[in-house]
Design a protein around this ligand. Sequence first.
Ligand code: GTP
Ligand code: MG
Length: 408
Amino acid sequence: MEKILLDISQSLNLAQPLSLIDVIVLVLILILFVITFINVFVSDKPEVKVEKIEDSKAEPLLKQELPGTSVKGVATPEEEPAPKPVEKPTPKPVEKPSVSWDKRLFKGLSKTRSEIWGKVSTLLGAKKLDDEVVEEIEEILFTSDLSPVLVDELLEHLKSLAGSEERDYMQEIKEFLKSKMEVSQARVNTELYKLEKDSKVTGPKVIMIVGVNGAGKTTTIGKLATKLRSQGAEVVVGACDTFRAAAVEQLEVWCNRAGVEIVKAGEGADPSGVAYDAVAKAKEINADYCIIDTAGRLHTKANLMDELAKTKKVMSKVIPEAPHETLLVLDAITGQNALRQAEEFNKYLNLSGLIFTKCDGSSKAGSAVSIVQSLSVPIVYIGVGEDVEDLDVFQLDPFLDALLGIQA
Ligand SMILES: Nc1nc2c(ncn2[C@@H]2O[C@H](COP(=O)(O)OP(=O)(O)OP(=O)(O)O)[C@@H](O)[C@H]2O)c(=O)[nH]1
Ligand SMILES: [Mg+2]
């Protein structure tokens, strides 16, 4: 060993021969050097690959790839603001309904039927109609969204029937409610509202849709446009909710799916101008329908209600009778407050009809009777869900049968 060390020292021309400790220290230094080299140059760090996106393609790429995926194609925050989250659910394509309208209506009204009218029916069927039973029925009916005046009237009516020959009380209740609505319902221009293949209207019929925020205006317009288009009608939709960009996007999705034309403007544009252009477009192409979407608003905000009245008025400059129909969308879940909304909208816009949406879920639907009766404005469409097929023309008898659980 000593000989080898002496030889190495001589061949390196060292002044002193290497000791064993010198060699160990040298070997350790060499190992340290090798480890450092491997760490710095050979380790496989993840590769960050940023591809530049063409301006016009930036948005779709960002939308598709941002949520927790690779960094491919991500622009810096300074260059590109993060896309706004899509607020509204994407509508489903129109399919042949697998469930009939009658069944949808019956299912939609199932909650109010079981919580209100089913209980009333049980009480009326099982016991004699004495004061105690009337009191129990009264308690239930006060949660039905029928106005207190109507509840009192109905109870008086039931009491007047007690003691006489055997009665079908649920049928009596139906006749009572029907009597409160049928005069107004008879005013519906059935030709215009029929959703049937052969119901062709002549010239553009302009339908203005109004209501408080979130009542279901845009969704209803999407469903209507889809249904009308699928019958071959030419439809133009006016996107007059210029308050939010997302509102136009939401309507555009529906219109693209339905294959109908949309007239729109940028965020913050004058809604009256859009309404004017939409009606003008409908006239120019001789469309069958022009449906005007509007921004939701509180019925108590006078300036916003005035703006709506202005939008309504401006359309008559293109077609003197336009809008032919001004329809208020009411969320049935709103209950008795819906009557206040309807009164205010009617004051500003002289409504020609109502659309009752969200009659499924937790709605009591009883407010429909009070509103139709006190405003003398009929319900023209009813919505019982989010699908296109969950909207149909309102018909009094099937509605009351489904509400009360009467087998037609
Ligand atoms: N369950 C149920 N949901 C509905 C019905 N109609 C509409 N909706 C839902 O209600 C929500 C609001 O609907 P929109 O059509 O955006 O309401 P809007 O009145 O246009 O709202 P704003 O434009 O914000 O005033 C959406 O999630 C719809 O899918 C219905 O009949 N039943
Ligand atoms: Mg809307």
